[in-house]
Design a protein around this ligand. Structure first.
Ligand SMILES: Cc1ncc(COP(=O)(O)O)c(C=O)c1O
Length: 386
């Protein structure tokens, strides 16, 4: 008998990035494909120290059920990241991926329209499909989104929200200019559209100055998502949401019915590492380690490929978005690159319509400087053979 799965499962496709991760795990392939932090930099000793202290300071109630919105001490620390946010406007999530899921669960009925950047974060696109959202895409360039198209989409489709990654975007590494943000804010206000601001990479800034988040420009209409996955460890599965009270209350209801709460153990570790400034120090260490990796990849790409490719140097984050101009379809280039022993993610998977694309996403944080140099060489060999 046929198993009667829901349509959202039978129509879901396996993430291409997962396929690549499996492929690269099996073979001796240098991978620029994933979006992984460098595991060698996880602050194991610091985590151990804080965990030990937790065992000393707390009795067994540490492991008891508790409330869905999260540990107060951590919410207080997270609230400080925003201009004027009380801790009651913060809710903990199991990574920002759960934040995205809870927003869909809370806001989307079958067929509801949402707007995404084109290209956008692959796992969010997959999720939006699972909720049977009608997805409209707005072109993204190096300075931000096309606000004329955005206005038309807001006007014609009254979307439930606009999903935006305004700083060091995944996959492009692009950031919105302040002017672009201000225009987006004007449109969100005019058409009353929620901005779903996802900022997992914001703390990893190598150049330039900090920009103002939508959460601070338009707090009343923004749901901001954050995470400790990129600054501490993805395995903690600790992310957060910042939103107006009414929305946080609705999201908390959704969270309760999903998983009741986040692990308090890991929340307390995050809280104490923020309270004593260790997390902030650790982030500086990450920046010092990742900046030379970004620079090494930029240098190798420029020296080998010259003007046969185009990209901008990202001021932060984990990715370089490269236009491999010589090949119309980077999926074909991907096959050649795998033959040579290097992987990246072909651009088409990040577009809402999965169109053929000459772009590719390269990650630099999870390779050593030597691997970056060797991998870009292999990539160039593959490019020459196209
Ligand atoms: C844009 C974006 N949002 C959300 C996530 C999910 O991160 P988390 O580990 O916090 O669930 C990622 C992970 O790479 C991401 O790139």
């Amino acid at each position: 008998m046929q198993t009667k799965f829901a349509k959202r499962i039978t129509t879901a496709s396996r993430s291409f990035t997962r396929t690549i991760l499996d492929l690269t795990a099996q073979n001796e392939i240098i991978s620029f494909a994933g979006g992984l932090p460098d595991a060698a930099l996880f602050p194991k000793e610091k985590i151990e120290k804080h965990a030990k202290r937790l065992f000393e300071d707390y009795d067994n109630r540490l492991f008891q059920y508790s409330n869905a919105s999260g540990v107060e001490a951590l919410k207080v620390e997270i609230a400080k990241k925003y201009a004027t946010t009380p801790s009651t406007h913060i809710m903990l999530t199991n990574g920002s991926q759960q934040g995205l899921d809870l927003v869909c669960k809370t806001f989307l009925d079958e067929g509801d329209c949402i707007v995404v950047e084109d290209p956008s974060y692959l796992a969010a696109l997959g999720l939006f499909h699972m909720y049977n959202a009608t997805i409209k895409a707005v072109p993204l360039s190096t300075k931000g989104v096309d606000t004329e198209v955005l206005e038309t989409l807001f006007q014609e489709h009254s979307p439930k929200f606009f999903y935006t990654i305004p700083i060091f975007q995944n996959p492009t590494g692009y950031s919105y200019t302040l002017e672009n943000r201000q225009e987006v804010v004007r449109l969100a206000k005019k058409y009353h559209v929620i901005l779903l601001e996802d900022s997992p990479y914001e703390a990893l800034r190598y150049d330039g100055v900090q920009s103002t988040a939508f959460a601070d420009l338009l707090p009343e209409l923004t749901i901001a998502l954050g995470t400790f996955s990129k600054t501490l460890a993805p395995d903690f599965r600790i992310g957060w949401m910042r939103a107006p009270q009414e929305i946080i209350s609705a999201l908390t209801l959704s969270k309760e019915s999903t998983d009741l709460q986040n692990s308090k153990f890991f929340q307390h570790i995050c809280a104490s590492m923020m309270q004593n400034g260790e997390l902030q120090e650790h982030t500086k260490t990450l920046i010092q380690a990742y900046r030379p990796k970004r620079d090494a990849m930029v240098k190798a790409l420029q020296e080998l490929f010259g003007d046969s490719i185009e990209f901008i140097v990202p001021e932060g984050g984990m990715f370089i978005w490269v236009n491999f101009k010589k090949c119309n379809d980077s999926m074909k280039f991907f096959d050649k690159a795998i033959e040579k022993g290097v992987a990246f993610v072909p651009g088409s998977v990040f577009f809402a319509d999965k169109r053929v694309s000459s772009f590719g996403r390269l990650n630099y944080t999870n390779s050593s400087l030597t691997q970056i140099e060797e991998g870009v060489k292999k990539l160039f060999e593959a490019y020459q053979e196209l």
